[in-house]
Write a protein that binds this ligand. Structure first.
Ligand SMILES: *Cc1c(COP(=O)(O)O)cnc(C)c1O
Length: 463
């Protein structure tokens, strides 16, 4: 576990192209935050110095990927780039059908609009926000079944993304396969901190699914990071390559949704893949209606080629060691400064525990949002709240607001983008803010839409 910069695995790349960034002055940051309605999603990117809003679609592509873009075959039908992507996906997943989509959520939309009937349930270790929204938009019930350790910020349990298998078993026994069209596992579990799922857990979930006749799918956005962490933490896999581990992971599911914006190292793209012929047929029909012809599915040929190349590079073990090492180095620095954060650090991001960081701000005043906006003012850093603003729900019976168990601020690390000095700057700013945490002030909503409100809500400081 790296604790200092010199313990960090060496960069397995050098820089060929740079992009200018600068820190806007404090007055500008104040003005921009006000204009953005205290929602960092509403900021112009130029008002941000270090942008850790997401690791999604923010990767730096390699020279090989840019070269791949030049090999784009923009034929409407039968583009050679599709066949290369199909072969690459099949090599890793062994799924027969590969359906490209313009990003992960359109794969989710195709899947859930096809398999869900009103009132059905989808169990998941923990739904990602767009996954939950797509289940609910199709009148389904998204049920999170994360293991108990996954909610304990201080637990150093190595697989905090695991599904609670006893709960899943009981749930499937109660509702039966008529009401549960599929079970999903999200690797790594984004919504509780990029925490990995153990292969042993995936095997158990598969066994339970088989016993109840329900198919298992993966939300596979970060399959490579999960596989890397499996090798590190599950003894059985210590001598296996990350690629072999990924292959085994996919072998337990019949299909997956995938956002290329994560572990395919591209700025846009995704796919759905599966072994179910009938399901693939139904999704392909819908794909033509909403995305495009089956061999491009909402993407250009060049995008398919870059994704195929990225799927190869993401399994490079020196790359994964450096990437996950960067996140750990930040976590180790926060630990040293006794700043409350999720332990152990996940694969793609660092998460502060906002409840413990600012205990004087109640969940109804969005402590995570208060913390992330304060850090923007402090240092021009953009992070994202994952807490009450993103996940608060009205109680079905009383209509009263129910707050999620975790109030977090996520710092997602774009792949191959920021230097270690950049990330040190972020850690230093968090430490400075922690020293004056009593001055942080809660927020209230001015306006918000009913679904996925965190993207566009406007807020203001509580008077
Ligand atoms: C990003 C993400 C998605 C959705 O993918 P998009 O490409 O953003 O539409 C789904 N699930 C998880 C776990 C994700 O991280």
């Amino acid at each position: 576990m790296p604790n200092t910069i010199s313990d960090l695995p060496l960069e397995p790349f050098k820089i060929k192209v740079v992009e200018r960034i600068s820190l806007p002055p404090r007055e500008v940051r104040e003005r921009e935050l006000e204009a953005a309605g205290f929602n960092l999603f509403n900021l112009r990117s130029e008002a941000v110095y270090i942008d850790l809003l997401t690791d999604s679609g923010t990767s730096a592509m390699s020279d090989e990927q840019w070269a791949a873009m030049m090999r784009g075959d923009e034929s409407y039908a039968g583009s050679r780039n599709y066949y290369r992507l199909e072969a690459r996906v099949q090599e890793i997943t062994s799924y027969a059908h590969v359906i490209p989509t313009h990003q992960g959520r359109s794969a989710e939309s195709l899947l859930f609009s096809t398999v869900l009937k009103p009132g059905m349930y989808v169990p998941n270790n923990m739904h990602f926000d767009t996954t939950r929204a797509n289940v609910e938009a199709n009148n389904g019930n998204a049920v999170d079944m994360l293991c108990r350790e996954g909610f304990d910020m201080d637990s150093d349990f190595p697989f905090k993304g695991n599904m609670d298998v006893e709960r899943l078993d009981a749930f499937l026994a109660e509702h039966g396969r008529e009401a549960v069209p599929l079970v999903m596992i999200t690797v790594t579990c984004n919504s509780n901190g990029g925490q990995p799922v153990a292969m042993a857990n995936v095997r158990e979930v598969r066994k339970i699914c088989d016993a109840h006749g329900v198919p298992l799918f993966l939300d596979a956005c970060r399959f490579a990071e999960n596989s890397f962490l499996v090798r590190e933490r599950e003894e059985e896999f210590a001598d296996r390559s990350v690629k072999e581990i990924a292959q085994e992971l996919f072998s337990y599911a019949v299909g997956c949704t995938f956002s290329g914006k994560k572990d395919a190292l591209v700025n846009m793209g995704g796919f759905f893949a599966c072994n179910d012929d009938e399901l693939a047929r139904l999704l392909t029909e819908k794909l033509i209606l909403v995305e495009g012809f089956p061999t491009y599915g909402g993407l250009s040929g060049r995008d398919l080629e870059a994704m195929a190349q990225g799927l190869e590079e993401v399994l490079h073990e020196d790359y994964l060691a450096f990437r996950i090492g960067q996140v750990r180095m930040m976590a180790a620095a926060l630990e040293e400064a006794s700043i409350p954060h999720i332990k152990p650090a996940g694969g793609h991001a660092l998460y502060l525990d906002a409840k413990a960081f600012c205990p004087h701000i109640p969940p109804a005043q969005f402590p995570g949002q208060a913390l992330s906006t304060a850090l923007y003012l402090e240092a021009g850093i953009r992070s994202v709240e994952i807490g009450s603003l993103m996940f608060e729900q009205g109680d079905a019976d009383t209509g009263e607001a129910m707050h999620p168990e975790l109030e977090m601020v996520r710092f997602a690390i774009p792949r191959r983008v920021y230097t270690t000095r950049h990330l040190q700057y972020v850690v230093d700013a968090i430490i400075r803010l922690y020293e004056k945490r009593d001055s942080l002030c809660g927020l209230e909503i001015v306006s918000a839409p009913p679904r996925l409100r965190h993207f566009t809500a406007r807020l203001r400081p509580v008077q």
